[in-house]
Design a binder for this molecule. Structure first.
Ligand SMILES: C[S@@+](CC[C@H](N)C(=O)[O-])C[C@H]1O[C@@H](n2cnc3c(N)ncnc32)[C@H](O)[C@@H]1O
Length: 279
């Protein structure tokens, strides 16, 4: 019996080799077939030897989660805060075919010698005139705010750039732990803190469910734009990620009931009356 199982195991181990005669792709070890599609930015980061960049280790999984679907898609990427340009180089390798734009307040960034798909600008990211001058006709699939980390700058930058994010795009803000530091205009639950600004997005997402009228009355035009386009907001240690909808939301999401039996609670009739029963 054991001999029989050993024989089956041996034969099944040889199967990929035999099949590879007909399907040459199977000649590659399985992990290397996967590697061509699933690239981790962590690997690119650790192998990077050009201009420097430093990140917190928990960021790599976040980048993979948020940026993976933009790989090879000719994405436009904006990095706010370039410094030595290392992260733009890493993103360029990771995203492939992307066009990268970096903005930094430090004029020395203009001397950086980076790849031809990386464009560097020198201005204060909150300068509306400069934004219009340089980015009038450009929209981005990915925006990364790794700039001053000062709360008022983070909030203003988001308000200025969320409308420059393409539908379906992602806006990632790094090092938000400064929201808890007075040195950067923050403090725990502080009214001026950037993290408090983003916590309010939970309410904006649920706009259609809030029954107190003063909530809607007190919304600014920025708030209204954000709520119409907001798909989701994720909080991580020191990072917030905002995903933009493919098109603006003008009505509440539809409710739908499927199934034809309700033996415990008779809910079908109610759903029929209210118009959200499928059949
Ligand atoms: C943390 S470093 C960026 C590091 C870079 N992203 C990396 O990963 O290698 C922050 C950069 O933001 C720039 N910065 C600070 N305030 C800015 C502002 N208001 N507008 C644009 N850039 C700013 C600084 O000059 C600095 O180079």
């Amino acid at each position: 019996m054991i001999k029989y199982f050993k024989k089956i195991l041996k034969r099944s181990a040889q199967l990929p080799k035999r099949l590879s005669i007909f399907f040459p792709i199977l000649k590659k070890p399985y992990h290397s077939i996967l590697d061509e599609r699933i690239i981790s930015i962590r690997d690119i980061f650790y192998q990077h030897e050009q201009n420097v960049s430093d990140k917190w280790v928990n960021y790599f999984d976040i980048y993979d989660e948020c940026f993976n679907r933009h790989i090879g898609n000719n994405s436009n990427v904006l990095e706010i805060g370039v410094q030595n340009g290392g992260f733009l180089q890493i993103l360029s390798k990771y995203l492939k075919n992307a066009t990268l734009y970096g903005v930094d307040i430090d004029p020395k960034v203009l001397n950086l010698n980076l790849e031809s798909n990386i464009h560097i600008y020198n201005f204060d990211i909150t300068d509306e005139h400069a934004i219009k001058q340089h980015f009038k006709n450009i929209e981005f699939n990915i925006i990364i705010d790794d700039g001053s980390h000062i709360c008022s700058d983070i909030i203003q930058t988001f308000k200025l750039f969320f409308s420059k994010l393409k539908p379906g795009g992602v806006f990632l803000i790094e090092d938000l732990h400064t929201s808890y530091w007075q040195s950067h205009g923050g403090s725990y639950l502080g009214a001026e803190s950037a993290i408090e600004f983003f916590k309010k997005f939970a309410d904006l997402l649920n706009f259609y469910h809030i029954r107190e009228q003063h909530f809607e009355k007190n919304l600014s035009s920025d708030d209204r734009y954000i709520f119409q386009w907001l798909r989701s907001i994720y909080f991580y240690d020191s990072v917030v990620v905002i995903h933009k909808l493919q098109k603006p939301r003008k009505t509440p999401y539809a409710r739908i009931m499927v199934g034809k039996m309700d033996p415990v609670v008779p809910v079908i009739n109610l759903a029929k009356q209210e118009g959200w029963y499928q059949y």
